[in-house]
Ligand binder design. Structure first.
Ligand SMILES: Nc1ncnc2c1ncn2[C@@H]1O[C@H](COP(=O)(O)OP(=O)(O)OP(=O)(O)O)[C@@H](O)[C@H]1O
Length: 293
């Protein structure tokens, strides 16, 4: 569904260039439920905005389904945003209209693309557990309920892929669990591809695969040890870290490059050079012998 190769994003301001993504590789299969984690400033939102067609990449390759997001025209981009992706933000005020009811909010994007389908709008609100509240105005709903309306809205044009930027960032843990359950159901029952960006490690423990981004590059990958164990009550749905729930891999790109965690480098006092040895089974990285104290 998503193929990024050597993706680069440079933000240029008057006298400054910020390289937010520096040759990032990412592959997401159709129907996958996965998360991207990383510290503040690592490039997560930049990546999601590019995948959502809200921002243009500077270089590299990025393909989503049949769309090449580097070559896509402005007209095609409008179509892409309407038909292929659904977007959920932490701050859902961006896509909610407070003076309309939940149902009218879900119908709004349908109206804009000329295909209002009230029955489907109601079904979406039922899926997110708001059947009884669909005629309430937005201001009569709690923050968590509004976030669930935002999920229904993101699905109103039947996208193939859902992109969620810190979807549980401003709700309590009970609502966060509910939102993750909704995502899992949508993923399983509709086969929707879902990419969640978060810095919340416990949330990352509830998806099949987690990719860690560091300094604009994919650095580590966590793959769930047993994909069937994803229901509440089995230990995975609790506050487990991705390290406990997943196998951890370091990402090696096509050119053989990998990122070494900063704490390892600090512990060994490795700065800009290291020695690498191969003993037939393992690759061993040590500080350069001539520089050792
Ligand atoms: N519009 C912009 N203009 C200039 N620099 C930007 C712009 N947007 C992001 N950046 C810079 O790009 C880098 C990556 O930012 P990004 O928002 O993608 O990180 P993030 O991982 O999503 O962080 P957070 O978790 O805090 O949202 C940061 O150094 C940021 O300052």
């Amino acid at each position: 569904m998503i193929q990024c190769e050597g993706l680069v994003k440079i933000y240029k301001t008057d006298d400054l260039e910020v390289v937010a993504l520096q040759g990032l590789n990412l592959h997401v299969r159709e129907g996958e439920l996965m998360a991207i984690i990383g510290n503040s400033g690592s490039g997560k939102s930049t990546l999601l905005n590019i995948l959502g067609g809200l921002d243009r990449p500077s270089a590299g390759q990025v393909q989503v389904g049949p769309w090449d997001l580097l070559k896509i025209t402005e007209d095609q981009l409008v179509q892409y945003k309407r038909q292929t992706v659904g977007f959920i933000w932490q701050n859902n005020a961006r896509n909610l209209l407070p003076y309309l009811s939940a149902l009218e909010n879900v119908e709004m994007p349908m109206m804009l693309s000329g295909k209002t389908d009230r029955a489907y709008a109601k079904q979406l609100l039922e899926w997110v557990g708001l059947k009884e509240r669909m005629h309430n105005k937005l201001h009569q709903l709690s923050g968590g309920e509004q976030q669930r309306v935002a999920i229904a809205i993101s699905l109103s044009n039947r996208p193939q892929m859902l992109l969620a930027d810190e979807p549980t960032g401003s709700v309590d843990s009970r609502t966060a669990d509910m939102i993750m359950d909704i995502f899992r159901r949508l993923n399983r029952e509709l086969g929707l591809t879902i990419v969640i960006v978060t810095h919340d490690l416990s949330l990352a423990g509830k998806v099949d695969r987690v990719i860690a981004i560091r300094d604009g590059l994919t650095s580590t990958e966590f793959i769930k040890r047993n994909p069937n164990l994803d229901e509440a009550g089995d230990g995975f749905a609790g506050a487990v870290s991705p390290q406990e729930a997943h196998e951890v891999y370091v990402v090696v790109d096509r050119a053989g490059r990998l990122q070494i965690p900063k704490e390892y480098l600090t512990a060994l006092n490795i700065k800009d050079k290291a020695t690498m040895d191969f003993d037939g089974e393992r690759i061993i990285i040590t500080p350069p012998k001539s520089l050792e104290g």
